[in-house]
Design a protein around this ligand. Structure first.
Ligand SMILES: NC(=O)c1ccc[n+]([C@@H]2O[C@H](COP(=O)([O-])OP(=O)(O)OC[C@H]3O[C@@H](n4cnc5c(N)ncnc54)[C@H](O)[C@@H]3O)[C@@H](O)[C@H]2O)c1
Length: 251
């Protein structure tokens, strides 16, 4: 599917991986809509790239519905739906202060998994209602998993469960939407240099990078964005999760 001229909505586009994708999609000629709960940052980036920004909570049905409706009426059918909104809390199942608070577990699932599903279903519905593009495609949905879905570390029970859910949704969603010429893919990044790591001291960052076989460093958010561009343009990529991790297997 072509990027230029198509409408792309990006959740979590106000920071990190989502921001890099918003910038690259705009560079490639897409009309970009950033959906994020941080409106100030989303608006700042949207202004820089000539896009739109709507304050959105991915876990809230009405909020996502309103944002997708506004994007569709303002810019046209969303053809590229990129889910990057997420949180990465670290907490043991039974820590010094007792069992993992259930509310924290539920919040992680709510944002990372239910939020992804919420946006995916509403974006897919408006793609299905549209006419296909000249090349036969109706759209592509790309979700963000994590290598923690496969090798979660201690403290990542909730996060790994949420990302495991994102991985597991990929194939059934792709199978279901195939009849409408809509593809569904996911990317499972390893360690990406985003604001998630900004507060870490240099030594901690070096220790994290030390486990990455090659290239022996954190990934740059734009390397994720480059893969997103390829997935959009390569119609045979469907129903799969691609690792983007420099051969990292978390110890
Ligand atoms: N950075 C990494 O190393 C890494 C590795 C694997 C996977 N990931 C995943 O990549 C995605 C992006 O991470 P990042 O590193 O860019 O993080 P980030 O914190 O820089 O960006 C996350 C964005 O999501 C938004 N967001 C959070 N909850 C939201 C909600 N309920 N509704 C709308 N927006 C919400 C935040 O406002 C923020 O703009 C996440 O899903 C994360 O789990 C990151």
């Amino acid at each position: 599917m072509k990027i230029a001229g198509n409408v792309a909505c990006i959740t979590g586009g106000a920071s990190g991986i989502g921001e890099a994708c918003a910038r690259r999609l705009a560079q490639q000629g897409a009309r970009v809509v950033i959906l994020d709960r941080n409106l100030d940052m989303a608006q700042k980036i949207a202004n820089e790239i000539g896009g739109e920004a709507y304050v959105t909570d991915v876990t809230d049905e009405a909020s996502v519905h309103a944002a997708i409706t506004k994007a569709t009426t303002t810019l046209g059918t969303i053809r590229i739906c990129l889910n990057c909104a997420g949180i990465a809390p670290a907490k043991r199942m039974v820590g010094k202060n007792g069992p993992h608070p259930l509310v924290d577990f539920m919040q992680t699932i709510q944002i990372n998994l239910t939020g992804t599903f919420n946006v995916m279903r509403l974006a897919a519905a408006q793609m299905i209602a549209s006419e296909p593009l000249a090349d036969g495609n109706r759209g592509v949905i790309i979700n963000t998993a994590s290598i923690a879905a496969y090798e979660g570390q201690i403290g990542q029970v909730a996060y790994a469960a949420s990302k495991g859910g994102v991985v597991a949704m990929t194939l059934p969603a792709a199978r279901e939407l195939a009849q409408f010429a809509i593809r569904v893919m996911a990317i499972a990044p390893g360690l990406v240099d985003t604001p998630l790591f900004a507060d870490l001291p240099t030594t901690a960052r070096t220790q994290l990078s030390a486990h990455v076989p090659y290239p022996n460093r954190l990934a740059q958010p734009d390397e994720f964005a480059q893969l997103v561009m390829h997935i959009i343009e390569n119609d045979m990529l469907n129903g799969s999760v691609i690792r983007l991790d420099g051969a990292l297997r978390m110890p």
